[in-house]
Write a protein that binds this ligand. Sequence first.
Ligand code: GLA
Length: 329
Amino acid sequence: MASAPGRVNLLGEHTDYQGGFVLPTAIPQRATVGLGRNGTPSHVLYSANLEKTLRVPVGEVGTEFAPYLTGCLKLSGVMEGLNVHITSEVPSGGLSSSAALEVATLRALRELYSLELNDVDLALRGVQVEHEFVGVMCGVMDQMASSLADTRTLLLIDTRSLERRAVPLPAGAEVLVLDSGVPRRLAESGYNERRAQVEEASRLLGVKELRDVTDISTVETLPSPLKERARHVVSENSRVLVGLEADAVIFGGLMNATHASLRDDYAVSHPLVDDLVGLLEAHPDVFGARITGAGFGGAVVALVREGTAAAVGAAVLAAYGTLGRVVVP
Ligand code: GLA
């Protein structure tokens, strides 16, 4: 058995597939995976959350939640039938529930087969599962955070070199995460489209990755929407670096700026999420707030005065409810 946490990202969104910087932390909620040999030619995959069993012949990928697991098994060279039991406390929608599942599965496989796999290689194998089996061309942040971050500090990751260092949370602050209740629709196709757009932007700018843009005004030469997409990535990279030295007030201001950039330039927010972020930003105990993760709905993160997270969360959610706006599924 093994487990792994979800993550929440405070600064550095949509930078990790352009060689940029990210600043996530682990959350207390974890995915847990138990596995063992079943002596048959099929894997028997059980999700306790979905109360569902899938049977997948060894060597095949399967559907629904199976690819997250069979991808890990195939890339780890498993040639025999396994029973795999998964359960997760990590909510879906911006908190890396899939990376937590992959990292927990790979940790359990490392244990069962005594695999020589360090924590970075394990994370990169999780990323490969997403690319080759799930079809999301994600960056390395989520699996790196799930594999290497803790819940007490932020983990600065240079996603180009994979160098990393623990960074303390600004003094006098704590992290609050709220679910906007907006289901993430078209997140996978939108995500892959954004990635293709910034790859095109870096090609047109003649740089390897947008990490290498040193003068942000050069992005203004690009046609829309590549200009806006690139402006987000380049400005977001600087926000992470400024955030490393910032106190809570400045750090919060950077988070607000990230939200505006994700909403206006990267176009991955949603009107209801903007409402929730607006309510948070207006609260006196909130330093800053923004959508977190890939976007298109899901979770928001706020930096709040230490000791106030529960009260702020309750007050803001009550106000959010009285806005009376309806999510159309
Ligand atoms: C998803 C991806 C990450 C990262 C974020 C956006 O969580 O899995 O690699 O790109 O979106 O920052």
